[in-house]
Design a protein around this ligand. Sequence first.
Ligand code: 4NP
Length: 161
Amino acid sequence: MAETTSILFVCLGNICRSPTAQGMFEKQLAASGLVDHVRVDSAGTGEWHVGHPPDPRATEVAAEQGVELGSQRARQVTPADFEAFDRILAMDRANLADLQAMAPEGSRARVELFLSYARHADVDEVPDPYYGGASGFSRVLDLINDASDGLIRDLRSRLVE
Ligand code: 4NP
């Protein structure tokens, strides 16, 4: 079976939350047996960090959990992404609103909050950690871990009979 679905994680800068989501989700995907059936990428609604590697604070916190972010480079969301991906998963409501505003009429992607897949979180947005300290990055990783697990469960129920 070839690739059967595609997911784009989106935040503001594409250097903290969405690269962490891509890395964590890819790690869980590798253990799930679904890796050949899901294409994953991340992007930002903003353009400031295009071409930059993930924030070193995000890379460090992720590495402590065995999640590798180092090879990612930031890019900005484009209108073509709404045809190229089945699901576009926003980290917070501002990202969601920006995505909804730029979605071409009738495009294919389902645009959702990523934490709608979380099973334990008491919030529905991944807070922007950029101007905070290290604990904010740990919180981001925990929320993303939870939602990644829920997303794998959702995909497994759809992709595997
Ligand atoms: P991210 O975090 O959206 O999780 O990548 C941010 C990164 C950079 C900025 C804001 C948020 N910034 O204002 O440059």
